[in-house]
Write a protein that binds this ligand. Structure first.
Ligand code: XIL
Length: 387
């Protein structure tokens, strides 16, 4: 009897060991991220590039249950010229997403200083009418399909001012945010309306965002959520994210991470150049280009070719990113009851706006070969042990 029990126990242990080994790190086999993190929704920024690749679509369907168009719903794409609308790409993306039975679609974005056609803000007597018509047309087109919108994106100043000095404040004044939300609510009363911004873990910016949304709520402006973009890196202090969540929770609005990626886990051109004794003094064009390259906006190589990362560098990068994800998700776990959705700004490391010819980041939980990374397993372990 004893031996029998032992045998059964032994066989069970062996089976468990085998199934763990069998699971491996194939992204198409490992536990879906959306199941691990439920009831928090897990999103990804996708776009036309996703639909051209079966594996990307499969990866999305397996692990994600929310999507955002990375670019194609922005005003410069949907209404480059006044009254001429282009919805082909976002329509295809939306159809694909909603074809997944559990997935929802976020809208990004209606009013932003970037990727904004100049006609919208060139005439201060027409600006509110034009803003309203743009918002109405886009939201009507996606009514019943897109359940929430980033109505205003990145309006808070990074410096001492309250609002960013942009074409919107210059043409429409300080009240453009209230108006945008009022129009959005009129256009689709069922849609959830978000204020979205980056750097909201920064104490000054956090406080401005808190005051902005608090003021809107007090004035009866229909704002339902704060989108913390979440373009993070491996060196930052994640307790600042914790503090922002605690502050925003006081407002009682929905909180989403809308554009999560963790950068900085690899050498960039500047450090390469420094290593090669080619550093340029601060403030030169070279440094600006490096900054831009680090954020994906500059593709020139300035005569310096970035070599492929060595295996050692890749491992180092992987451990930094894993550790940062562990820190981030420890904060998320603490606040899990108030976090509605976490959207990654991409699917896997084979495509990210952070990557350029001069800088390779590895900002996600899946690598460029559709393998779950150490960061994925760190998050899973953290979540399975949640209390
Ligand atoms: C980025 C896209 O990822 C890039 O492809 C594009 O060139 C620039 O915009 N904040 C936002 C997003 O709200 O819309 C931005 O997306 C990233 C920063």
């Amino acid at each position: 009897m004893k031996t029998g029990k032992l045998l059964i126990f032994g066989a069970a242990a062996l089976l468990t060991a085998c199934s763990a080994a069998y699971e491996g790190n194939d992204a198409f086999q490992v536990t879906p991220l959306k199941d691990i993190l439920a009831p928090i929704r897990v999103g990804a920024a996708i776009d036309n590039w996703t639909l051209q690749n079966e594996q990307n679509m499969e990866l999305f369907s397996r692990h994600f249950n929310s999507a955002t168009c990375e670019n194609s719903m922005k005003p410069i794409e949907t209404e480059r010229n006044e009254g001429e609308f282009t919805f082909d790409t976002p329509d295809k993306v939306t159809d694909f997403v909603l074809g997944n039975k559990d997935a929802v679609m976020r809208g990004h974005c209606l009013i932003w200083h970037s990727q904004c056609p100049s006609w919208l803000t060139e005439d201060s007597t027409l600006v509110f009418q034009r803003m309203k018509e743009h918002i109405f047309a886009v939201m009507n087109h996606y009514k019943g399909k897109v359940y929430c919108w980033d109505v205003v994106n990145e309006a808070i100043d990074d410096g001492p001012g309250f609002l960013r000095n942009s074409q919107w404040t210059r043409c429409a004044g300080q009240h453009f945010i209230d108006s945008a939300f009022v129009y959005a609510h009129q256009a689709d009363p069922d849609a959830l309306l978000f204020y979205n911004d980056y750097g909201l873990n920064n104490p000054q910016k956090r406080e401005k965002c808190y005051q902005l949304v608090k003021g809107m709520l007090e004035r009866g402006i229909p704002v339902h959520g704060i989108g913390m973009q979440g373009h993070y890196n491996v060196t930052m202090d994640y307790s600042t994210v914790d503090e922002s969540l605690t502050r925003f929770e006081e407002l009682g609005v929905l909180i989403q991470f809308t554009e999560l990626d963790i950068a900085g886990g690899g050498p960039d051109r500047r450090s390469m150049r420094r290593q090669m004794g080619q550093d340029r003094p601060n403030g030169t064009q070279g440094q600006q280009q490096d900054q831009m390259a680090a954020f994906g906006g500059y593709s020139g190589n300035g005569g310096l070719q970035m070599p492929e990362l060595t295996d050692e560098q890749k491992m180092h990068q992987d451990s930094l990113v894993t550790e940062a994800y562990r820190k981030f998700f420890t904060v998320v776990k603490k606040h899990r009851k108030s976090i509605h959705t976490i959207t990654f700004w991409g699917l896997s490391d084979n495509y990210s706006w952070l990557n350029s010819r001069s800088r390779q980041n590895a900002p996600f939980l899946f690598d460029g070969e559709y393998k779950a990374k150490n960061a994925y397993f760190a998050v899973r372990e953290l979540w399975n042990n949640r209390k």
